[in-house]
Design a binder for this molecule. Sequence first.
Ligand code: CA
Length: 242
Amino acid sequence: MYQQAIQRYLQKHSYNKIDLKAVLFDMDGVLFNSMPYHAKAWHQVMTDYGFDFSEAEAYLHEGRTGAGTINLVSQRQFGKSVSAEEVEGIYAVKSKIFNSYPEAKAMEGAAEVLAKVKKENLTPMIVTGSGQTSLLSRLEQNFPHTFKKELMVTAFDVKHGKPHPEPYLMALKKGNFQASEAIVVENAPLGVEAAVAAGVFTIAVNTGPLEDHILLDAGADVLFSSMEELAKNWEALYRAFS
Ligand code: CA
């Protein structure tokens, strides 16, 4: 089953093989179970400002910039964009609501996946649209001695957010890896699109409420229902690469 997915990927990109050296991890919804809080905060602030925006919809836009999401919804509902000041105001309230929630816990199964990645001497990297300054210390607390600052791509490193491929291309550049030397682990359709556009084999983990086909339609090469499932199937997947 994995061999088929790998063959399809290799053919599409005219690569001979995946020479696996690095695993690029998205953060929210992959390593931390933070998406329920983000979705709640988005739903609340958008409703307060008169927009129709469900918690479920937040998962469809995950990875987009705040401005991108707000303007998309405003265009849809009122046929116009929102001023930069208004966007800033809405986003500030969203962040305030989000920060009032408890700190998100590490995703079940994430530590197991990371342990297996390290065991194979693969390089784990972080590729996130998040711009939290405390990000590295939180990673260190939850997953000690796993990630290096110089091998992280955050909101501060890129001009374009996901679904643009820039975050993943930047990660390959920072780590000095070819696209065929890495795989991506993503939970959001826009993140999957970004990884696929960067030419990297993409594993989707469906840790939210979206239907599987949305992640597969975004281009995911393989899909697991959770990080625990990925951990359980890691050896079989890893064997298929080699
Ligand atoms: Ca995510």
